[in-house]
Design a protein around this ligand. Structure first.
Ligand SMILES: [Zn+2]
Length: 212
């Protein structure tokens, strides 16, 4: 089926099915406004849709998606900060109580850190600078496990990048303040859709713990 026709057909199925079943929920979400308790920073990867993987309902999740689910550090330089704008809205205006950085296995963005950059290529203007946000995670992996298999390196790098994003979240004054007074909680999660596993970062043990 044509990919666009598949989507418009999908909308009709939604309109006549799930929307009808949850009509009252949707009307309340419009009339009373959204009040999600959780915001998620997830990857743009088509295989890792937080609402599907976590079986969320409408209004549950405020979702920010970008390449490799990264959080940049707090910067007020007048440039265009899409992820930071979404975080500001989620925390300052919606007052979510939880921020989850949802990393994932088989991430193309993280894999690109292991590939040699093509100098002068017209198609790498934005991804390499964006991925340089987690170059520290890449260097840590290359420095501590240079002989490990590629899949192990990328998994460790994917998880390490989640921790870099959590650290960067704490550079935002409005996040740091709310974490400090207990209004906001930060979480590092990692999902693998091949093995269908979810791991949650334990800051005390300093490792990702699988969910039963
Ligand atoms: Zn990804």
């Amino acid at each position: 089926m044509d990919p666009i026709a598949k989507l418009t057909a999908g909308f009709r199925v939604f309109r006549d099915g799930r929307f009808q079943e949850q009509r009252a929920t949707y009307e309340a979400l419009v009339d009373q406004g959204q009040k999600p308790k959780v915001a998620i920073i997830a990857c743009s990867d088509s295989r890792v849709d937080p609402a599907i993987v976590l079986q969320a309902d409408p209004g549950d999740l405020f979702i920010v998606r970008n390449v490799a689910n990264l959080v940049p550090p707090y910067e007020r330089d007048g440039h265009y900060h899409g992820t930071s704008a979404a975080l500001e809205y989620a925390v300052q205006h919606l007052e979510v109580g939880h921020l989850i950085v949802l990393g994932h296995a088989h991430c193309g963005g993280i894999r690109s850190l292991f590939e040699k950059p093509v100098q002068g290529s017209a198609d790498n203007h934005f991804v390499p600078p964006w991925m340089s946000l987690v170059r520290s995670a890449f260097l840590r992996v290359e420095g501590t496990m240079p002989d490990a298999p590629e899949d192990v390196k990328t998994r460790v790098c994917e998880q390490s990048a989640v921790l870099v994003s959590l650290e960067n979240l704490m550079t935002f004054p409005f996040i740091r303040q709310r974490v400090g007074d207990g209004r906001l909680h930060l979480h590092g999660w990692y999902v693998d859709i091949r093995s269908c596993t979810l791991q949650i970062y334990d800051p005390i043990q300093q490792h990702f713990e699988p969910v039963d």
